[in-house]
Design a protein around this ligand. Sequence first.
Ligand SMILES: C[S@@+](CC[C@H](N)C(=O)[O-])C[C@H]1O[C@@H](n2cnc3c(N)ncnc32)[C@H](O)[C@@H]1O
Length: 208
Amino acid sequence: MERKNQHYSTHFPDVKLKVYTISESLRRHLYIFKTLTGVFSFRKIDLGTKILIEHMFIPNEPSGLLDLGCGYGPIGIVLAYESPNSVVYLIDINKNAIWCAKENLKINLPDNKKRVKVLSGNYFEPLENKDLKFNGIYMNPPLREGRKAFIKLLCEIPDYLKPNGFFQFVMKKKMGALYMFKFLKDSYPDKKIDILCKRSGYWVFNCF
Ligand SMILES: C[S@@+](CC[C@H](N)C(=O)[O-])C[C@H]1O[C@@H](n2cnc3c(N)ncnc32)[C@H](O)[C@@H]1O
């Protein structure tokens, strides 16, 4: 029977817990991810996430990077692996996702716990240093909650970016990627708004 509160964006999805293991080659490195029922795309890495990971720009130099809405952690863990001198934050509101992200950090990057921080809470709220700014913020946004909530979040993102910082996210064309592109161009005429790739119905954005 379907339960009311099982959506992946809730604090504690009300589902019978079962652990899954996913193995996935990303940017030519093999990762093992533990996932749990009630966490976004727990059976198999989401295609949008995979396309974002394969096309996202990752700085080589030491940087501050953020995987916003990390789920079980695929984006943030790849960032931390590929940019070994960066400090990487992973944040999610779903406690089961946070448990998975912490487990996946231990499995995939056992010696990097100090520079990779997994935080539980509402977007930027769990950050202790309220003045913290990032070189890069990455996201596969929770669009099932509607485009309005994402647009509200989008407008806050520049406050958390360093000068020349960027925000990269993935969006399905049929979920309104063209609308979002026009919205960003109109709202930020002086900023760089690029599409890094269009593949299998997904667009990867690079902005600010
Ligand atoms: C589309 S999923 C992407 C998950 C993961 N990044 C991936 O690609 O597999 C969006 C994630 O955003 C999280 N989320 C939704 N609302 C949030 C909020 N207010 N604060 C933090 N995370 C949130 C959800 O719990 C979910 O894990």
